[in-house]
Ligand binder design. Structure first.
Ligand code: 11C
Length: 344
Protein backbone atom coordinates (compact mmCIF):
# COMPACT_ATOMS: atom_id res chain seq x y z
CA UNK A 1 0.00 0.00 0.00
CA UNK A 2 1.14 3.53 -0.78
CA UNK A 3 0.21 6.81 0.89
CA UNK A 4 -0.50 10.39 -0.12
CA UNK A 5 2.06 12.47 1.76
CA UNK A 6 2.30 16.23 2.28
CA UNK A 7 5.36 18.05 3.57
CA UNK A 8 4.62 21.49 5.03
CA UNK A 9 7.72 23.71 5.16
CA UNK A 10 9.54 21.72 2.49
CA UNK A 11 12.16 24.41 1.79
CA UNK A 12 13.34 24.71 5.41
CA UNK A 13 16.41 23.04 6.92
CA UNK A 14 14.24 20.22 8.32
CA UNK A 15 11.83 20.06 5.35
CA UNK A 16 14.70 19.39 2.95
CA UNK A 17 15.95 16.58 5.20
CA UNK A 18 12.41 15.15 5.39
CA UNK A 19 12.38 14.74 1.61
CA UNK A 20 15.85 13.16 1.61
CA UNK A 21 14.84 10.78 4.41
CA UNK A 22 11.56 9.73 2.72
CA UNK A 23 13.67 9.00 -0.36
CA UNK A 24 16.47 7.14 1.48
CA UNK A 25 13.97 5.02 3.41
CA UNK A 26 11.93 4.31 0.25
CA UNK A 27 8.79 5.38 2.10
CA UNK A 28 5.78 4.17 0.07
CA UNK A 29 4.69 7.53 -1.36
CA UNK A 30 1.77 7.49 -3.82
CA UNK A 31 1.41 11.26 -4.30
CA UNK A 32 3.59 13.94 -2.77
CA UNK A 33 2.50 17.52 -2.06
CA UNK A 34 5.10 20.09 -1.16
CA UNK A 35 3.51 22.94 0.76
CA UNK A 36 5.00 26.23 1.84
CA UNK A 37 4.28 29.86 2.63
CA UNK A 38 3.04 32.03 -0.24
CA UNK A 39 6.62 33.40 -0.46
CA UNK A 40 8.12 30.05 -1.56
CA UNK A 41 5.08 28.87 -3.57
CA UNK A 42 5.94 28.29 -7.22
CA UNK A 43 9.57 27.28 -6.58
CA UNK A 44 10.63 23.75 -7.49
CA UNK A 45 12.17 20.83 -5.59
CA UNK A 46 13.18 17.35 -6.71
CA UNK A 47 11.99 14.12 -5.05
CA UNK A 48 12.90 10.66 -6.35
CA UNK A 49 14.15 12.25 -9.58
CA UNK A 50 10.87 14.07 -10.24
CA UNK A 51 10.37 17.81 -10.10
CA UNK A 52 7.62 19.16 -7.83
CA UNK A 53 6.25 22.71 -7.65
CA UNK A 54 5.63 24.10 -4.20
CA UNK A 55 2.07 25.12 -3.43
CA UNK A 56 0.89 27.58 -0.82
CA UNK A 57 -0.42 25.66 2.21
CA UNK A 58 -4.14 26.28 2.79
CA UNK A 59 -6.78 24.21 4.61
CA UNK A 60 -7.91 22.75 1.26
CA UNK A 61 -4.36 21.55 0.48
CA UNK A 62 -4.95 18.53 2.73
CA UNK A 63 -7.85 16.96 0.80
CA UNK A 64 -6.89 13.36 0.08
CA UNK A 65 -3.67 13.52 2.12
CA UNK A 66 -3.01 10.48 4.37
CA UNK A 67 0.08 11.72 6.23
CA UNK A 68 1.17 15.36 6.65
CA UNK A 69 4.65 16.13 7.96
CA UNK A 70 4.73 19.67 9.39
CA UNK A 71 7.91 21.68 9.95
CA UNK A 72 7.06 25.28 9.14
CA UNK A 73 6.98 26.80 12.61
CA UNK A 74 4.54 26.63 15.50
CA UNK A 75 2.07 29.23 14.23
CA UNK A 76 1.61 27.41 10.88
CA UNK A 77 1.05 24.12 12.74
CA UNK A 78 -1.45 25.71 15.14
CA UNK A 79 -3.44 27.08 12.23
CA UNK A 80 -3.22 24.27 9.67
CA UNK A 81 -2.65 20.99 11.56
CA UNK A 82 -6.27 20.88 12.85
CA UNK A 83 -7.46 21.62 9.29
CA UNK A 84 -5.36 18.74 7.94
CA UNK A 85 -6.89 16.43 10.57
CA UNK A 86 -10.40 17.61 9.59
CA UNK A 87 -9.62 16.52 6.03
CA UNK A 88 -8.64 13.04 7.28
CA UNK A 89 -4.85 13.33 7.41
CA UNK A 90 -2.67 12.19 10.30
CA UNK A 91 -0.26 15.00 11.17
CA UNK A 92 3.28 14.41 12.39
CA UNK A 93 4.22 17.81 13.74
CA UNK A 94 7.84 18.83 14.24
CA UNK A 95 7.06 22.05 16.14
CA UNK A 96 6.40 22.77 19.80
CA UNK A 97 2.75 23.70 19.06
CA UNK A 98 1.09 20.53 20.41
CA UNK A 99 3.91 18.66 22.19
CA UNK A 100 2.68 19.18 25.72
CA UNK A 101 -1.04 19.04 24.85
CA UNK A 102 -3.07 16.40 26.67
CA UNK A 103 -4.00 13.56 24.29
CA UNK A 104 -1.23 14.33 21.77
CA UNK A 105 1.41 11.57 21.76
CA UNK A 106 4.99 12.89 21.89
CA UNK A 107 7.05 10.13 20.37
CA UNK A 108 10.58 8.82 20.03
CA UNK A 109 9.95 5.34 18.57
CA UNK A 110 12.84 3.69 20.45
CA UNK A 111 11.29 4.92 23.73
CA UNK A 112 7.48 5.06 23.45
CA UNK A 113 6.37 3.70 20.07
CA UNK A 114 3.13 2.35 21.57
CA UNK A 115 1.97 5.91 22.38
CA UNK A 116 1.48 6.46 18.62
CA UNK A 117 -1.71 4.42 18.62
CA UNK A 118 -3.38 6.84 21.08
CA UNK A 119 -3.29 9.64 18.50
CA UNK A 120 -6.41 11.61 17.60
CA UNK A 121 -4.95 12.95 14.38
CA UNK A 122 -1.81 14.72 15.63
CA UNK A 123 1.44 13.08 16.74
CA UNK A 124 4.15 15.44 17.99
CA UNK A 125 7.83 15.07 17.19
CA UNK A 126 9.93 16.22 20.17
CA UNK A 127 12.62 18.90 20.23
CA UNK A 128 15.92 17.73 18.71
CA UNK A 129 18.03 17.97 21.86
CA UNK A 130 15.38 16.03 23.81
CA UNK A 131 15.13 13.21 21.25
CA UNK A 132 18.78 12.19 21.29
CA UNK A 133 18.97 12.37 25.08
CA UNK A 134 15.91 10.21 25.81
CA UNK A 135 16.93 7.66 23.15
CA UNK A 136 20.24 7.20 24.98
CA UNK A 137 18.84 7.29 28.53
CA UNK A 138 15.73 5.12 28.22
CA UNK A 139 17.60 1.77 28.11
CA UNK A 140 19.40 2.75 31.35
CA UNK A 141 16.19 3.98 33.02
CA UNK A 142 14.37 0.78 32.05
CA UNK A 143 17.13 -1.45 33.42
CA UNK A 144 18.14 0.41 36.58
CA UNK A 145 15.60 3.17 37.28
CA UNK A 146 16.61 6.84 37.18
CA UNK A 147 16.15 9.71 39.68
CA UNK A 148 17.98 12.61 38.16
CA UNK A 149 19.24 14.01 34.87
CA UNK A 150 21.45 17.10 34.52
CA UNK A 151 22.31 18.02 30.94
CA UNK A 152 24.41 20.71 29.29
CA UNK A 153 24.08 20.99 25.53
CA UNK A 154 26.44 22.06 22.76
CA UNK A 155 24.04 22.81 19.89
CA UNK A 156 24.61 23.41 16.19
CA UNK A 157 23.38 26.55 14.42
CA UNK A 158 21.22 24.58 11.97
CA UNK A 159 18.80 24.06 14.89
CA UNK A 160 17.89 27.72 14.37
CA UNK A 161 17.37 27.19 10.61
CA UNK A 162 19.17 27.93 7.37
CA UNK A 163 19.37 31.67 8.10
CA UNK A 164 21.35 31.00 11.28
CA UNK A 165 23.78 28.80 9.34
CA UNK A 166 24.20 31.69 6.85
CA UNK A 167 24.87 34.08 9.73
CA UNK A 168 27.65 31.80 11.07
CA UNK A 169 29.20 31.58 7.58
CA UNK A 170 29.17 35.37 7.08
CA UNK A 171 30.45 36.18 10.57
CA UNK A 172 33.27 33.61 10.25
CA UNK A 173 34.43 35.28 7.01
CA UNK A 174 34.28 38.71 8.65
CA UNK A 175 36.16 37.52 11.73
CA UNK A 176 38.97 36.03 9.63
CA UNK A 177 39.12 39.23 7.56
CA UNK A 178 39.48 41.25 10.77
CA UNK A 179 36.14 42.99 10.16
CA UNK A 180 33.41 43.83 12.67
CA UNK A 181 30.82 41.06 13.16
CA UNK A 182 27.22 41.78 12.28
CA UNK A 183 24.69 39.89 14.42
CA UNK A 184 21.04 40.13 13.38
CA UNK A 185 19.53 36.79 14.29
CA UNK A 186 21.03 34.67 17.08
CA UNK A 187 20.49 33.80 19.83
CA UNK A 188 16.80 34.24 18.97
CA UNK A 189 15.16 35.84 15.96
CA UNK A 190 13.14 38.84 17.13
CA UNK A 191 14.55 38.97 20.69
CA UNK A 192 15.80 42.31 22.05
CA UNK A 193 19.54 41.67 21.62
CA UNK A 194 21.72 39.75 19.18
CA UNK A 195 25.23 38.38 19.77
CA UNK A 196 27.75 37.01 17.27
CA UNK A 197 27.90 33.22 17.10
CA UNK A 198 31.19 32.92 15.17
CA UNK A 199 34.07 32.02 17.52
CA UNK A 200 31.65 32.37 20.44
CA UNK A 201 29.27 30.40 22.69
CA UNK A 202 25.76 31.64 23.48
CA UNK A 203 24.03 30.38 26.64
CA UNK A 204 20.57 31.15 25.28
CA UNK A 205 18.52 28.99 22.93
CA UNK A 206 14.97 30.28 22.47
CA UNK A 207 13.39 32.91 24.70
CA UNK A 208 13.69 33.24 28.48
CA UNK A 209 10.84 32.07 30.69
CA UNK A 210 9.85 33.68 34.01
CA UNK A 211 11.79 31.02 35.98
CA UNK A 212 15.15 32.02 34.42
CA UNK A 213 15.32 28.96 32.15
CA UNK A 214 15.09 29.31 28.38
CA UNK A 215 12.24 27.71 26.42
CA UNK A 216 14.73 25.20 24.91
CA UNK A 217 15.74 24.16 28.45
CA UNK A 218 12.10 23.85 29.53
CA UNK A 219 11.38 21.77 26.41
CA UNK A 220 14.13 19.34 27.41
CA UNK A 221 12.77 19.17 30.96
CA UNK A 222 9.05 18.80 30.22
CA UNK A 223 9.29 16.69 27.07
CA UNK A 224 11.68 14.18 28.71
CA UNK A 225 9.17 13.52 31.50
CA UNK A 226 6.28 13.12 29.04
CA UNK A 227 8.10 10.81 26.61
CA UNK A 228 9.47 8.59 29.38
CA UNK A 229 6.18 8.64 31.35
CA UNK A 230 8.30 9.72 34.31
CA UNK A 231 6.66 12.81 35.89
CA UNK A 232 8.81 12.50 39.02
CA UNK A 233 12.18 12.36 37.25
CA UNK A 234 14.33 15.39 38.20
CA UNK A 235 15.63 17.06 35.05
CA UNK A 236 17.75 20.22 34.77
CA UNK A 237 19.15 21.61 31.52
CA UNK A 238 21.52 24.32 30.31
CA UNK A 239 21.36 24.81 26.54
CA UNK A 240 24.23 26.49 24.68
CA UNK A 241 24.64 27.37 20.99
CA UNK A 242 28.10 26.81 19.47
CA UNK A 243 29.59 27.75 16.09
CA UNK A 244 29.27 24.53 14.10
CA UNK A 245 26.64 23.62 11.53
CA UNK A 246 25.31 20.15 12.28
CA UNK A 247 24.66 17.80 15.25
CA UNK A 248 23.93 18.60 18.85
CA UNK A 249 26.27 17.27 21.53
CA UNK A 250 25.29 16.82 25.17
CA UNK A 251 27.10 16.21 28.43
CA UNK A 252 24.59 14.26 30.49
CA UNK A 253 24.81 13.36 34.20
CA UNK A 254 22.39 10.72 35.49
CA UNK A 255 21.69 9.05 38.78
CA UNK A 256 20.27 5.52 38.65
CA UNK A 257 18.16 3.92 41.39
CA UNK A 258 19.89 0.56 41.54
CA UNK A 259 23.12 0.15 43.54
CA UNK A 260 26.28 -1.38 42.13
CA UNK A 261 25.71 -0.71 38.41
CA UNK A 262 29.01 -0.75 36.49
CA UNK A 263 30.22 1.27 33.51
CA UNK A 264 30.55 -2.00 31.58
CA UNK A 265 26.86 -2.75 32.18
CA UNK A 266 25.82 0.68 30.90
CA UNK A 267 28.05 0.21 27.83
CA UNK A 268 26.46 -3.19 27.22
CA UNK A 269 22.98 -1.59 27.30
CA UNK A 270 24.11 1.02 24.76
CA UNK A 271 25.49 -1.71 22.50
CA UNK A 272 22.16 -3.53 22.53
CA UNK A 273 19.85 -0.48 22.28
CA UNK A 274 18.13 0.20 18.95
CA UNK A 275 19.30 3.36 17.21
CA UNK A 276 22.28 3.82 19.54
CA UNK A 277 25.92 3.41 18.54
CA UNK A 278 28.52 3.15 21.31
CA UNK A 279 31.80 4.90 20.41
CA UNK A 280 33.72 4.75 23.64
CA UNK A 281 37.35 3.81 24.11
CA UNK A 282 39.65 6.27 25.90
CA UNK A 283 42.69 4.09 25.04
CA UNK A 284 42.18 4.89 21.35
CA UNK A 285 40.59 8.35 21.88
CA UNK A 286 37.33 6.99 20.50
CA UNK A 287 34.25 9.17 21.10
CA UNK A 288 31.65 10.81 18.84
CA UNK A 289 31.86 14.45 17.72
CA UNK A 290 29.39 16.69 15.88
CA UNK A 291 31.31 16.18 12.62
CA UNK A 292 31.47 12.39 12.96
CA UNK A 293 27.72 12.14 13.71
CA UNK A 294 26.57 14.47 10.90
CA UNK A 295 24.47 12.96 8.08
CA UNK A 296 23.87 9.77 10.11
CA UNK A 297 20.56 8.62 11.56
CA UNK A 298 21.88 7.06 14.80
CA UNK A 299 22.51 8.54 18.23
CA UNK A 300 26.16 8.17 19.24
CA UNK A 301 27.27 7.72 22.86
CA UNK A 302 30.74 7.87 24.38
CA UNK A 303 32.77 8.99 27.43
CA UNK A 304 30.67 6.82 29.77
CA UNK A 305 32.18 7.01 33.24
CA UNK A 306 31.19 6.78 36.86
CA UNK A 307 30.84 9.85 39.04
CA UNK A 308 33.71 10.02 41.51
CA UNK A 309 31.52 10.93 44.49
CA UNK A 310 28.12 9.39 43.87
CA UNK A 311 28.14 5.62 43.39
CA UNK A 312 24.86 5.82 41.43
CA UNK A 313 26.01 8.71 39.23
CA UNK A 314 27.20 8.36 35.62
CA UNK A 315 28.42 10.84 33.00
CA UNK A 316 27.76 10.36 29.25
CA UNK A 317 28.47 12.26 26.02
CA UNK A 318 25.60 12.01 23.52
CA UNK A 319 25.84 13.27 19.91
CA UNK A 320 23.38 13.10 17.01
CA UNK A 321 22.52 14.89 13.77
CA UNK A 322 19.91 17.42 14.93
CA UNK A 323 18.23 17.57 11.53
CA UNK A 324 17.96 13.76 11.17
CA UNK A 325 17.27 11.89 14.44
CA UNK A 326 16.51 15.29 15.99
CA UNK A 327 13.86 16.11 13.40
CA UNK A 328 13.37 14.62 9.91
CA UNK A 329 14.35 11.01 10.62
CA UNK A 330 12.37 10.82 13.87
CA UNK A 331 9.31 12.18 12.00
CA UNK A 332 9.67 9.71 9.11
CA UNK A 333 10.31 6.92 11.64
CA UNK A 334 7.00 7.79 13.35
CA UNK A 335 5.32 7.61 9.91
CA UNK A 336 6.94 4.20 9.30
CA UNK A 337 5.73 2.84 12.66
CA UNK A 338 2.27 4.36 12.08
CA UNK A 339 1.81 2.45 8.82
CA UNK A 340 3.63 -0.75 9.87
CA UNK A 341 1.38 -1.08 12.94
CA UNK A 342 -1.76 -0.03 10.99
CA UNK A 343 -2.37 2.84 13.45
CA UNK A 344 -3.19 5.32 10.69
C1 11C B 1 17.46 24.57 18.29
N1 11C B 1 16.30 22.74 19.35
O1 11C B 1 18.49 23.90 18.19
C2 11C B 1 16.13 23.94 18.57
C3 11C B 1 15.45 23.69 17.26
O2 11C B 1 11.22 23.04 19.19
O3 11C B 1 11.56 21.94 17.37
C4 11C B 1 14.16 22.92 17.35
C5 11C B 1 13.02 23.73 17.86
C6 11C B 1 11.85 22.85 18.16
O4 11C B 1 17.44 25.79 18.17
Amino acid sequence: KKYNVAVVGATGAVGQKMLETLEDRKFPVENLKLLSSSRSAGSKMVFNGEEYTLEEATPESFKGVDIALFSAGGSVSKKLAPEAVKHGAVVIDNTSAFRMAEGVPLVVPEVNEADIKEHKGIIANPNCSTIQMVAALEPVRKAYGMNRVIVSTYQAVSGAGNEAADELREQSQSFLNGEELEANLLPVKGDKKHYPIAFNALPQIDVFQDNGYTFEEMKMINETKKIMHAPDLSVAATCVRLPFFTSHAESVYIEVEKEGVTVEEVKQLMNEAPGIVLEDDPSTQTYPTPLSAAEKRDVFVGRIRKDLDDEKGFHLWVVSDNLLKGAAWNSVQIAERLVANKWL
